[in-house]
Design a protein around this ligand. Sequence first.
Ligand SMILES: *Cc1c(COP(=O)(O)O)cnc(C)c1O
Length: 361
Amino acid sequence: MTQITPQPGIMDIALYESGESHVEGVSDILKLSANENPFGPSPRAKEAIAASIAQVSRYPNTDHAPLRAAIGEVHGLDPARIICGVGSDEIITFLCQAYAGPGDEVLHTEHGFAMYPISARAAGATPVVARERERVTDVDALLAACTERTKLVFIANPNNPTGTMIGGNEMARLADGLPDGAILVIDGAYAEFVSGYDGGIGLATQRDNVFMTRTFSKLYGLGGLRIGWGYGPKAIIDVLNRIRGPFNLSELQMAAAEAAVRDRDYAERCMAENARMRVWLSEQLAALGIPSDTSLANFVLARFADKAEAEAVDKHLRSLGVIVRRVAGYGLPNCLRMTVGDEAGCKRLIDGVRSFQETRS
Ligand SMILES: *Cc1c(COP(=O)(O)O)cnc(C)c1O
């Protein structure tokens, strides 16, 4: 018998399934399954990537100072309270590794992001699920699920895949009600899509038990380069920096992210276009008799009669080269998550759904 066994919890991890990008036999693919920016990154980010290629033989800087300074300037934050990672996924991993281990609990919501239980289990901790109220984060349920073993509470706001969010007062009530020693992590992957929302910056600035994560993968169109960041109490940043690999980000990643975050004009145009097409998409779905919650992110969660119908729509769309996201793994078998594309993409999606209904009637 082999003595080689992984740490407890590892074999309980269900592998993350990413949004698919291919359909057998179809060449003109419209990928609306991974919440990517249909316009891609800022042209300035692409220029920065090209320029940094000359430096790839050199090790990158280890403290990310220029990128942290740029993020700090744009968001009005102290760069000393910022940490950068390989996607915000890496920041989530650091948090679990640093603060949760065997016997500890990591709390998230019913339809919360799949990386929370994965990272919790990888650290040997136990993921705990709090129910939502009609696909919205429920602070009372979260507080009721807390125990003295709760070390981390992850809330994506807006949440993926529901697209819904809770307000600042509710988030503050959650932070105030947590047991001693627990950290509230506000995942702001979609915060930029909500006009007037600070993404949790205010709370993470004021409280010693609140941390915020952000990403360059969604609004900034750099998912393929893997860059994210976290912001919060200096004491937590100091802990996370101890487990962060010194060269976790390349100069190429940092240069791209810095150019992207400084290009406010491009970011604002992408936000405006997303808001416009998101409304259009949900209205068109509603006109076809398909309800969705008001989304504040860059996707819409369409609800169908049942699992069979959601699967049939998905299959039909795929045959047309349109790939959306099945979310049965998130406990939403009758739903499909549809990324807001550009205008042509949204029209192609709606045409596809309409032609599904026509084949049925
Ligand atoms: C996409 C997403 C992220 C971002 O992940 P990266 O590792 O930064 O690409 C984080 N949280 C949620 C809820 C997401 O949907």
